[in-house]
Ligand binder design. Sequence first.
Ligand code: KG4
Ligand code: ZN
Length: 355
Amino acid sequence: MNAKKSIIILGIESSCDETSASVVKDCKVLTNLIANQKIHELYGGVVPELASRAHQKNIVPVVDRALKEAGIRKEDLSAIAFTRGPGLIGSLLVGASFAKAMALALDIPLVEVNHMQAHVLAHFAEENNGIGYKSIKNNPISLHPSFPFLCLTVSGGHTQIVLAKDHLDMEVIGETIDDAAGETFDKAAKILGLPYPGGPLINKYAQEGNPNAFKFAEPNIPELNFSFSGLKTSILYFVRSLTPPLSEGEGGDSRIPHLCASIQHTIIKILMDKLITASKQTGIKEVAVAGGVSANSELRNELISTGKKKGWNTYVPAFEYCTDNAAMIAIAGHYKYLKGEFAAQNIGASARYKF
Ligand code: KG4
Ligand code: ZN
């Protein structure tokens, strides 16, 4: 009797400032390598032109190592999945062109992936050691969220509440009308004189601060949508009005931890309030978070404690699957491969790709 043939996907992610390649076998992550681009720290944010040049330099060695460390030969691959969008067009084009060329050369299917859908599908990544899904969860029965579930997807460029009906059937039921939550963390950090990317630093300093020390404007936006531009402005004016003014430099002012804790607390309250409303409106109690901001310790704790109070099953990805990574692209590729959803060689990248 023939054993079922494994599906081995090479995932490629290049939508912003991380060049990542991953090999995933039957949803088990064999490798998930990320080349970070340090250069952007010098400029206080991602410089698109520099990002695409760095992807160009990194992509061959990252893919080569991802395959070697996985012990997989190019010829063993079932398909190549790449991020089609949304993201920075110059960065996306590097990954898309590479994936197209490699799929053509190997004569295997090419799979295009929506980056935001992939963040949600990161919940289906399994570790290779056979222990299954590595995540913090309060549901002892199910390893992964079961359908339908809600996912709060919070990243540098997007803030969405997604209703996931199936792996590839998802609907955005709420989103930001202006700035994203991650962008708000990063801009607030900049206002406080902290280096880029500011989200993790705000998280770090907040641990020593009082979340109720300062009050900032909270938006009043209808339905399940978000807005962060008013909060950003309110942080800017508040910090400008401080006497004495904030002293420059990372950690150089004793008010920084309290400011970080209060800003973080406000952003998370805005996110959680809408997620609670979404669960009430839909009646869905399977609730997940995804995207770079889901690496935030207060958001993770808040989701789990709210989940306990509300009787939700909550799902938080392992850290390495929160921020941008190619394993999530390969997982999305796996499900598209199963359905035979392949891309043609004339496919382009799409900076504003929606699903
Ligand atoms: O998903 P991601 O890696 O890239 C995009 O698709 O945008 O998200 C990056 C965002 C950045 O804004 C970064 O500051 C934020 O995620 N982030 C955090 C934390 N770690 C990353 N924000 C708050 N707390 C963190 N621990
Ligand atoms: Zn992302």
